[in-house]
Write a protein that binds this ligand. Structure first.
Ligand code: ADP
Ligand code: MG
Length: 503
């Protein structure tokens, strides 16, 4: 696996207060399961469809309709659990969480309170300084999403879109092992990366397909260690839950501002009340939404329409056997097999499509050179035009060929940039560009020698100067490169200039 120092979390200490305070954060991430159909109905999950067009009778809460579980959602949840090194529970069950919501016509949400499908797991979060923290996962359960109420289309009416109603969500609950805003963002990013590799959630935060409830509390130094030793929550401060965050930046800002609010309260002799809050990005503040509800407020009970879910170990094993290579393993392999630096390997494995592209470029070639071209030239160019790798005008085979031409000495790195540009804008193949445009590097000593002789003969004064001060030989190298249109092999030019000047 990765060569990382496991580090105990570094608490973020908030400066400027009377006392030192540390942050404690636990996240409940809601990830929309990537499936075609909803958790208990055959309606489509397609995003952006005409409002209320993806609604089955079950989703609309029509009388007499019964939920039927979608096996695809179950296997995705199992796959996710396995990808997070988690316990898979062969027995799980669905419960009703009762509340009124205009966008959930059943009048309750089907969730898994008492017997979640996935138990304890872990996520290794790299913090970019060669250190990694292990964030423990408490559980993952399956539940239905709600629809969407729309209040800003009409001054007198509200509208409801039930397309999302009943779509399967995985709620991934972490232990409070996260100690600062940056760690929280790094955790969500890592979780998102793993889910995308697994293909169990598309991780699209803008569409709300991945969102987080962020639990924040503060404590005095030493308290967290007591919690870790005993797992007794009473050593920690009272938490507030900030609902429905779907931006990495806002997650960080919200944690910071919420921690400051709690510190101000405690230092003022007041108390933090456990409650659900909302973050307002315009004012950069959190506001109370409702007081904390308890499980019994929802009158949870086992859903009588659904039998407990029992799955077979063999089935779990077959899902496990088919798991793809995950980010940590891929990164370690890139470092080992292609000799990449840690940072480059991280960049190349951040998205699966990037990793696949890179591997095609690097196969059988110089891995470091390939990484350099993919990251600096291709990614740089794509970013400029806001393109992703999927719509790269340069194919992996073409970039690989270009890297091959550099390595074999057919073209210099400098000429390669011109070839790349032509390939990027026209789609022509590098080998053909080099041949047709006469861009092949001149390594033929005779031709280079002639150019060197000519420049030496034409510049006697410069020759005298260079003999007195060998550093000035660079001027001749530059002139030869210019005379040959940048195509001369720089190594050969250097050697010949030095020899001819008798340096
Ligand atoms: P609930 O069922 O009320 O939502 P849970 O015990 O399931 O409460 O915890 C929800 C989340 O809150 C978990 O991610 C957990 O790690 C986090 N959490 C619990 N206690 C604290 C705390 N003192 N500070 C920060 N986060 C906490
Ligand atoms: Mg909760």
């Amino acid at each position: 696996m990765l060569d990382l120092t496991y580090d105990t979390p570094t608490p973020k200490v908030i400066a400027g207060a009377q006392h030192d305070w540390e942050l404690v954060i636990g996240l409940e991430v809601h990830a929309q399961v990537a499936t075609k159909a909803k958790l208990f109905s055959g309606a489509s999950t397609q995003f952006g469809a005409e409002p209320n067009s993806n609604v089955a009778f079950v989703d609309a809460g029509m009388p007499g309709m019964l939920p039927v579980i979608n096996e695809g959602c179950i296997s995705q949840a199992v796959k996710t659990g396995l990808g997070l090194n988690a316990q898979i529970n062969l027995f799980s069950a669905f419960d009703r969480k009762n509340y009124f919501y205009p966008d959930l016509p059943q009048g309750y949400q089907i969730s898994q309170l008492y017997h979640p499908i996935v138990g304890e797991g872990e996520v290794l979060v790299e913090m970019g300084d060669g250190k990694a923290r292990l964030v423990r996962i408490e559980r993952i359960h399956l539940e239905q999403d709600a629809g969407k109420s729309i209040h800003d289309m009409d001054p007198n009416m509200s509208f409801v879109d039930l397309n999302r109603t009943g779509v399967a969500l995985m709620e991934i609950v972490s232990r409070p092992d996260i100690r600062g805003p940056e760690e929280a963002a790094a955790y969500v990013l890592k979780l998102r990366q793993i889910l995308r590799y697994l293909g169990t959630c598309d991780g699209n935060m803008q569409n709300g397909n991945l969102r987080a409830d962020v639990n924040v509390s503060i404590c005095r130094p030493g308290q967290y260690e007591k919690y870790q030793a005993t797992q007794d929550f009473s050593h920690l401060g009272t938490r507030c839950e900030i609902k429905n965050m779907n931006s990495m930046r806002f997650i960080q800002l919200a944690i910071d501002v919420e921690a400051r609010r709690q510190i101000a309260l405690l230092e003022d002799g007041k108390e933090v009340t456990q409650e659900t809050r909302l973050y307002d990005p315009d004012k950069n503040e959190t506001r109370s939404m409702r007081s904390k509800e308890e499980a019994h407020d929802y009158r949870y009970f086992p859903d009588p329409d659904l039998l407990p879910l029992e799955i077979e170990q063999d089935w779990v094993d077959s899902i496990k056997a088919a798991l793809p290579e995950l980010p940590d393993a891929k990164k370690a392999r890139f470092i080992r097999d292609f000799g990449l630096a840690d940072y480059d390997a991280s960049v190349l494995t951040a998205e699966l499509a990037n990793a696949v592209y890179f591997e095609q470029v690097a196969a059988g070639r110089d891995g470091k050179l390939a990484a350099n071209w993919v990251i600096n030239e291709l990614f740089g160019r794509l970013k400029k035009e806001d393109h992703s790798i999927e719509d790269s005008p340069v194919s992996a085979a073409q970039l690989g060929a270009l890297v091959g031409l550099i390595k074999s000495g057919d073209i210099s790195g400098k000429i390669a940039k011109d070839v790349f540009e032509i390939c990027y804008t026209t789609g022509r193949d590098p080998a053909e560009i080099v041949a047709t445009e006469g861009m092949k590097q001149v390594t033929d000593t005779g031709a280079i020698e002639a150019a060197v002789d000519e420049i030496i003969a034409a510049n006697p004064a410069q020759v005298e100067k260079a003999k007195a001060n060998p550093k000035l030989a660079g001027w001749f190298v530059g002139q030869v490169m210019k005379a040959t249109g940048g195509k001369a092999n720089p190594g050969v030019v250097n050697e010949l200039v030095a020899a001819k000047l008798g340096l």
